[in-house]
Design a protein around this ligand. Structure first.
Ligand code: CA
Length: 156
């Protein structure tokens, strides 16, 4: 199985190091960027499975970044922040975050939540590709049908 690649957006070097250590220990491969400046470029050029996003960032707020990222990509976003206010949580989910965790994070919980959002994202992908070639026929797992070469359902 391929190692899940996680992009961490965190400006605090100590926190970034801590998150990186947690994720490596839990079997992920993590890359750290300290601000949103290179976020879109990095997400578009490299194949990440999820983004762990801080909210208090130097150039742009994490909520703004999450909204912009969601407009370009369906990559799972997990907010990890010191902000505990309900407004921040609601705003994050509203712009497309998939999960929200407050610091200090429990390493096992962070790992479990990341895996959960990746699993949901992958499940979504699988349902869009539910047809498989079967000789000169096609098996459609969504419609529970077998189609012949002309695309007509075969009576089984
Ligand atoms: Ca921060």
């Amino acid at each position: 199985m391929k190692t899940n690649q996680i992009l961490i957006v965190e400006d605090d070097p100590w926190q970034a190091k801590f998150l990186n250590r947690i994720l490596s220990h839990e079997g992920f491969e993590a890359t750290i960027i300290p601000s949103g400046e290179t976020l879109f470029q990095v997400v578009e050029t490299e194949d990440f499975d999820a983004v762990v996003l801080d909210l208090g960032l130097p150039d742009e707020d994490g909520i703004v970044l999450a909204r912009k990222l969601r407009a370009r990509s369906s990559i799972p976003i997990i907010v990890v922040t010191g902000r505990e206010e309900l407004d921040d949580k609601l705003a994050s989910f509203d712009v497309g975050a998939d999960d929200y965790l407050t610091k200090p994070v429990e390493p096992k919980e962070l790992a479990a939540r990341i895996l959960a959002v990746i699993r949901r994202a992958n499940a979504g992908k699988e349902t869009t590709a539910a047809t498989y070639p079967l000789g000169d026929h096609t098996l459609d797992l969504q419609q529970h049908e077998v189609m012949d070469a002309d695309g007509k359902a075969v009576d089984l």
